[in-house]
Design a protein around this ligand. Structure first.
Ligand code: FAD
Length: 469
């Protein structure tokens, strides 16, 4: 009996997908840039079943590619084309919230929980699960942690890593590492969970996580403002950070990005005319209703206008208007995808270097690919700007554009690194950034990573062809 038959017998038919139609969605990534051919998709529903699945796959020398919501942007959840024989191990049936404790400000969720469902469960308990980004309705906790996702609130509550108190992980040899503790202080040796957070499934399979919650937000003020330049946006950022309110979102968007949102977005309405070269979406929040947030927002924006940092502003007057502003940001990646092929980056620099980064990137890109269209949008409040080079209008052939302008990515990575930044801010390495690891990562760090990989996964069965060059 082979592994698939044995797993189906043990765990039921829902645990194994083998027909080409069922497997097809797991064989391609969100951007349709990577394709692979898994032998099957395995869908265990408990931690014990994940462990058993891993052992059965090991016995047949099958590589394992863990998959969450498959919204990753680096090709990590898709088997490598021409890679070793592999299965996709989807966590989608492990979708229970095991515990939620408002007094402890924590919850325990299984890896297959959709991020938005965890946000809702926290809200129902009067708490905030603070991470937020465009794919939260599909991305899962396991994927979120394995990519150490960021999003629009990283500037206030950090990346996914900062939310984690403990983890449960199935190791490549099938053993279960039980570190699922909600305790805040524990200095008992190496913090092993940090190997798996951001590990992109190359060291083990996350099956559940204990995570921090925050007090629910009682007041939120959101604005969409026009700014003359990234320098002006940076001054506005300092002003807001010094205002006494919590700044929980600060997104910088080039006009071209807002034009694409306007062109392709369904049900999107831009709050201001497309007359400014740059726009900022910003959000202030407070956990107590008595904080005069509206006054703070108006006062700061008024002073910023006098100082020339802001040329126009629209403050959300209702929850519906607030959501409409964030919908523009969250739907933007899909709008960009509809515009046409692009070469994308996921760079970060120190916040103070954002204007210089954009200046250099624009100059270099214009000089080399004058026919391309530069798009820049990102979480300026934490220094993570996504610069893309879109194909000329009407060009639909992705491989042709990548062949022509693919060198833009290493160029922009190098600019970010030269300014003290990173070539991989929040999307991970997957398949798409391995060349950048080889180019920029400290050789000693690479050495240690290989030692860790060899120690935990000596047969290299976990997500082969990802992360390590
Ligand atoms: C529209 C859109 C907007 C986005 N915006 C942002 C953003 O603002 N910030 C941001 O950080 N990201 C963003 N992303 C990227 C993506 O949503 C995140 O990387 C997300 O964390 C991936 O979660 P997922 O469940 O879809 O993971 P998947 O894509 O399924 O997997 C990602 C990686 O994690 C591994 N993995 C998945 N589950 C497990 C597990 N249980 N154990 C071990 N390894 C596992 C996979 O093998 C793969 O290497 C965006 C994506 C889209 C499509």
């Amino acid at each position: 009996m082979n592994a698939m038959t044995a797993i189906a017998e043990l765990m039921g038919p829902a645990a194994v997908l083998t027909s080409p139609e069922d497997i097809a969605p797991y064989a391609v990534d969100w951007r349709s840039a990577y394709r692979g051919t898994p032998e099957a998709v395995l869908r265990p529903s408990t931690t014990a079943e994940v462990a058993e699945t891993v052992k059965r796959c090991a016995a047949e020398n099958l590589a394992i590619v863990p998959a969450g919501g498959r919204t990753g942007l680096s090709g990590g959840a898709v088997p490598q084309a021409n890679g070793p024989k592999s299965v996709v191990l989807s966590l989608e049936r492990m979708n229970r919230i095991r515990d939620i404790d408002a007094r402890d400000f924590s919850l325990v969720a299984e890896a297959g929980c959709v991020v938005q469902n965890v946000q809702q469960a926290a809200a129902e308990a009067g708490r905030l699960f603070p991470i937020q980004w465009g794919a939260q309705g599909t991305a899962q906790i396991g994927g979120m942690l394995s990519t150490n996702a960021g999003g629009i609130r990283t500037l206030r509550w950090g990346n996914a890593r900062e939310l984690v108190l403990g983890l449960e992980v199935v190791l490549p040899d099938g053993r279960i590492l039980d570190d699922l503790r909600r305790v805040r202080k524990d200095n008992s040796g190496y913090a092993l969970r940090h190997l798996f957070i951001g590990g992109e499934g190359t060291l083990g399979i996350i099956t559940a996580a204990a995570m921090r919650l925050q007090p629910a937000l009682k007041r939120v003020e959101t604005a969409y403002v026009a700014v003359p330049s990234p320098d002006a946006a940076l001054s506005l950022f300092s002003r807001m950070m010094e205002s006494g309110a919590e700044v929980i979102g600060f997104e910088l968007c080039a006009r071209f990005c807002m034009e694409m949102a306007d062109r392709h977005g369904v049900g999107l309405r831009l709050p201001l005319p497309l007359e400014s070269p740059w726009f900022v979406m910003l959000e202030l929040a407070a956990a107590h209703a008595s904080i005069p947030l509206r006054e703070i927002m108006e006062e700061c924006l008024g002073a910023a206008m006098e100082a020339g940092e802001v040329t126009d502003a629209a403050i959300a007057e209702s929850e519906a208007q607030r959501q409409a502003i964030w919908k523009i940001r969250e739907d933007y990646p899909e709008c960009g995808r509809m515009e046409g092929p692009a070469v994308n980056t996921d760079t970060s620099v120190p916040v103070s270097a954002v204007p210089e980064f954009l200046r250099i990137a624009e100059k270099e890109m214009k000089a080399r690919w004058p026919e391309g269209r530069m798009a820049a949008i990102g979480h300026a409040g934490d220094g993570n700007i996504h610069v893309s080079l879109m194909a000329p209008p009407g060009m639909k052939d992705r491989p042709a554009w990548v062949a022509r302008a693919g060198e833009m990515e290493p160029l922009v990575n190098a600019i970010a690194v030269s300014l003290g930044g990173s070539f991989s801010a929040e999307h991970g390495i997957g398949q798409s950034k391995r060349h950048a690891m080889a180019a920029h990562k400290d050789p000693v760090a690479m050495d240690v990573m290989r030692l860790v990989k060899d120690a935990l996964d000596p047969d290299r069965r976990m997500n082969p062809g990802k992360v390590l060059p």
